[in-house]
Structure formats: C-alpha cells, structure tokens
Design a protein around this ligand. Structure first.
Ligand SMILES: [Zn+2]
Ligand SMILES: [Zn+2]
Length: 206
C-alpha cells in the first residue's frame, strides 16, 4: 500500500493519499487545503485518483475539495449524515474559513460499506459524535480516524451536531475493539496505535 501524509492548512489538518502498488489507483482522504501540494504529491506517486473520501464535513477537511475534484475528476464520498453540512457555509464562518463552495457528493456512505481501490479494500465504520456523519476507514492494519480519535485525544463534541455520548459510544464499541497493533492515522496530529490509545488516552478512561 502506498501511503503519504500531508499536513496542510491553518489548523494543520492531515490529508492522506493512499494507493494500490499494483494498479496505481488511489484515494485522497480529506483534501483540507493546499491543493497544489496535494496535486504535486499525487503526481510524484504516479497515482490515478478514483475517489475523494471525507472523514466528515468540517471546513478544515474540505477546504480544497472543489479544486482537487476538478483536478482529479474523482468521485466524492461522504457519509449521508454529513452530506448536508458540506453546504453549510455557517460552519466555515464559525471556523473563520472561506473557501469555494464544495461540489455535491457523488456517493453517500453508510457504516459497513466497502471502499475498493485496486487491490485495496477498506471498511467504512460510522463513528458519530464529533459530527453525525463522521466515519473511520479500516483496512490493511490501519485506521483513518478523522476527528474521532487522536493521539492522546478525542474529537470535539461541542460543535453543531456534536454529541459526547455518541462519541464515547463510537470510540468504545467501534474503535477500542480493534487489534492493539492497528495503526491510527488521525485528522490532526501524529499517528498512534489502538493499543497505545487504549493504554494511555486519558479521555477513554473516566
Ligand atoms: Zn472536525
Ligand atoms: Zn478537523
């Protein structure tokens, strides 16, 4: 599996570019900002991007969605429960972001869906709490956790659509049940593992 992490934008959002070694097809997870840097990296890796996947609809993860979609021609996938929030410029204002209105999603996801790119197969896990339509993507020993789980932290639950009890339920029943050695690539900050978070994350013990 080809995997590249880019840290972009004013909130240091993580954008991941994931590709199949054999088919050279790829996905972009969270085109947050710096479209040129994303495009350059895709080119370096020699990938044909088939899908742009959003872990959730917050502005700090979709800042250059329009540009990246236009550049790649790839479909955009987001959980159905966050599809509406893509249109809500009010959240952008809340975060102090201004960006081109994002294109409507091509594919609405739900928990249990699979994302297949060449020989790569990922499972969509619906993890509401940070937003109603937050998802994590699991496959090949790694978890892309969006803003649900961070290295030594958890997502905010005080923004519109956030819910603390849902977030804790998602973390405990959907993520903390994964194997210890699952590598976690979050929406912000350094990567971690499920085992390290199970042992050390103060928000998961209360
Ligand atoms: Zn967020
Ligand atoms: Zn974020």
């Amino acid at each position: 599996m080809i995997l590249r992490k880019l840290v972009v934008g004013p909130l240091a959002s993580n954008c991941y570019i994931v590709g199949s070694e054999s088919s050279k097809e790829g996905i972009i997870i969270d085109p947050a900002d710096e479209a040129e840097k994303i495009g350059q990296t895709v080119k370096e890796l020699g990938l044909k991007i088939k899908l742009i996947l959003l872990t959730h609809g917050h502005p700090d993860h979709i800042g250059v969605l329009k540009e990246v979609k236009e550049a790649t021609g790839a479909e955009v996938a987001v959980h159905a429960d966050d599809a509406e929030s893509l249109k809500q410029q009010v959240l952008g204002l809340l975060f102090g972001f201004s960006y081109a209105p994002p294109p409507p999603p091509d594919r609405l996801l739900k928990g249990g869906d699979s994302i297949d790119i060449g020989d790569l197969h990922f499972l969509v896990i619906h993890t509401p709490g940070h937003t109603p339509g937050s998802i994590c993507l699991l496959g090949h020993g790694v978890l892309f956790s969006g803003d649900t789980l961070f290295n030594n932290g958890i997502g905010r639950y005080d923004l519109p659509g956030g819910n603390y009890h849902q977030l804790m339920d998602s973390l405990q029943t959907k993520l903390m049940v994964l194997p210890d050695d699952t590598i976690v690539y979050p929406g912000h900050g350094p990567d971690t593992t499920i085992g390290a978070e199970r042992r050390n994350n103060p928000f998961l013990h209360g």
